[in-house]
Design a protein around this ligand. Structure first.
Ligand SMILES: [Zn+2]
Length: 76
C-alpha cells in the first residue's frame, strides 16, 4: 500500500519543469535537470520559439543600438 505522505515528501516548493512537468530542481531552475535545460535552449536555437513582431527587410549594420521612435506613430 503506497503511502501518500511519501509522495508529498518528494514535492518541493520549486516550480514544475516547463519541459517535462516534473518537479524542478533549484540547481537547474526552473528545470528538473540539465537535460531539460538543454532541451529548452535547443528549442531556442532551432527557432521553435517565435517572437511575434515585424521582420527586418534588409540586414543593416547594427550600429545604432537605440531604437528610433517615429513621431507619427501616435494616436490617429
Ligand atoms: Zn524536466
Amino acid at each position: 500500500m503506497p503511502d501518500p505522505r511519501s509522495d508529498r515528501a518528494m514535492e518541493r516548493s520549486a516550480p514544475p519543469c516547463p519541459i517535462c512537468g516534473r518537479p524542478g530542481l533549484a540547481r537547474f531552475k526552473p528545470f528538473c535537470s540539465v537535460r531539460c535545460a538543454d532541451a529548452d535552449l535547443g528549442q531556442w536555437l532551432t527557432g521553435q520559439y517565435r517572437v511575434p513582431g515585424p521582420q527586418l527587410d534588409d540586414e543593416r549594420e547594427s550600429n545604432d543600438a537605440a531604437r528610433r521612435v517615429d513621431p507619427e506613430d501616435g494616436v490617429g
